[in-house]
Design a protein around this ligand. Structure first.
Ligand code: BGC
Length: 395
């Protein structure tokens, strides 16, 4: 069936096209490269072995000395997506407030760069490592090195797989993210009582990120019955995780996939739902849909994750339907408690000791709660919660 959705900000759409192109993933490369280069010019060298590598020079390194507490290495995946920039900034600020020295590194989705950054952190004598991995299985050797050196590891947001060197895991309820996205779609279209069918395509996360599989499972737990009874129709036929996952959460690949679906399968019938696992994918779908001539008249439901600033603006203008708000301040807070636990013998807060088996051990975890946001509740959740100001959203 054809979806009819009201769009508030038709006037904004020209500006939105411009801003969307510098969103996450591939299209953002130019912008974020610049940011990275700027940042790397302030590189400090006191935390490295002195074996200068390409990775060292190409990356941001911010090391700050404070009075006491020990040194924490924080390895983050990329600055190409806004959420990780916030995560890094929150972790750094909160650890420094407690007197820890922080070595914060971004590896720009380059797995080898992340390995060498962590090696350098170990060599520089960090007391604890916090790692948000790029490829969660690729760090096994460097994690073993840390363990041998007596350095505890906390997994941040993404589970570290196939290692017994990880002490704790701070994250969001990743399956809960999937169910929240799917339930939003279910409610919005009242799928349980639908008399017509809706077309849907899936854009799932990176196969090397354990979170992506959890999210997919959450989505399917809610939507599988609707695929089975024909309420949801995926014309590309691609509904498995293997067929819909997107390596390294690439916005460009999401856009390409969406373009291919629209050309190949939706020439005669509109696509009603872009069920995406990430705001970056939502930007890619938005660009593809605009390219294919979709307007306010037939704009589909587009889901996302992270409630990035641009995504929230797109929600306000009607170009994205919803996102999953993940308060990275809270995640950092829980993770910092874990750092304190391993360094000072304090008690971290744990609320899951079952779900996160990494292939070697079940990692004690704290799962923060993800919240679906849309036009109706973003003010209460995001603005009143102090995540973004009205001014930021109006820019
Ligand atoms: C995170 C998401 C994020 C995605 C892409 C996942 O591991 O949990 O919040 O959208 O990576 O960066």
């Amino acid at each position: 069936m054809k979806m009819r959705k009201k769009i508030l900000g038709a006037l904004l759409s020209v500006a939105m096209v411009a801003t969307t192109l510098v969103g996450c993933g591939g299209s953002a490369t130019t912008t974020n490269d610049t940011a990275t280069k700027d940042a790397s010019s302030t590189t400090a060298s006191d935390s490295t072995t002195g074996d200068s590598t390409a990775a060292d020079t190409a990356t941001q390194e911010v090391t700050t000395k404070t009075e006491a507490g020990g040194k924490v290495g924080v390895a983050m995946p990329t600055q190409s997506s806004e959420r990780w920039i916030n995560d890094g900034a929150n972790m750094k600020a909160q650890l420094e407030a407690l007197g820890y020295e922080v070595d914060l590194q971004y590896a720009e989705d380059d797995v080898q760069m992340q390995v060498s950054q962590i090696e350098n952190m170990i060599a520089s004598g960090v007391n604890c490592l916090v790692i948000a991995s790029i490829d969660s299985s690729a760090l096994v050797n460097v994690e073993a090195q840390a363990k041998d050196a007596g350095i505890p590891i906390i997994a941040y947001d993404r589970l570290l797989m196939d290692t017994d060197a990880v002490s704790y895991y701070a994250t969001f309820d990743n399956k809960g993210v999937g169910t929240a996205i799917a339930k939003y779609v279910e409610d919005k279209l009242d799928l349980a009582n639908a008399s017509e069918s809706y077309t849907i395509e899936l854009f799932m996360g990176s196969p090397d990120d354990n979170n992506a599989v959890f999210l997919y499972n959450g989505v399917m737990e809610v939507l599988q019955p609707y695929f089975d009874n024909g309420t949801l129709v995926c014309k590309s036929g691609r509904t498995s995780f293997e067929d819909t996952c997107i390596l390294r959460w690439s916005q460009e690949t999401a856009q390409q996939n969406c373009e291919n679906y629209l050309t190949g399968f939706y020439a005669d019938e509109d696509l009603d739902i872009c069920l995406t696992a990430f705001d970056g994918f939502a930007y890619g779908c938005k660009a593809a849909l605009e390219g294919a001539g979709y307007t306010a008249e037939n704009w589909p439901i587009i889901t996302g994750q992270d409630a990035e600033l641009m995504a929230t603006k797109n929600i306000i203008s009607g170009k994205q339907t919803m996102s999953i708000y993940k308060d990275t301040r809270l995640l950092a807070e829980k993770c910092v408690k874990m750092v304190q636990a391993v360094l000072e013998g304090a008690e971290p807060e744990i609320n899951d000791t079952e779900q996160y088996n990494n292939g070697k051990i079940v990692v004690p975890s704290y799962l923060c709660t993800p919240v679906a946001v849309d036009q109706d509740n973003y003010k209460t959740i995001i603005v009143d919660g102090g995540y973004y100001t009205e001014e930021q959203l109006a820019e």
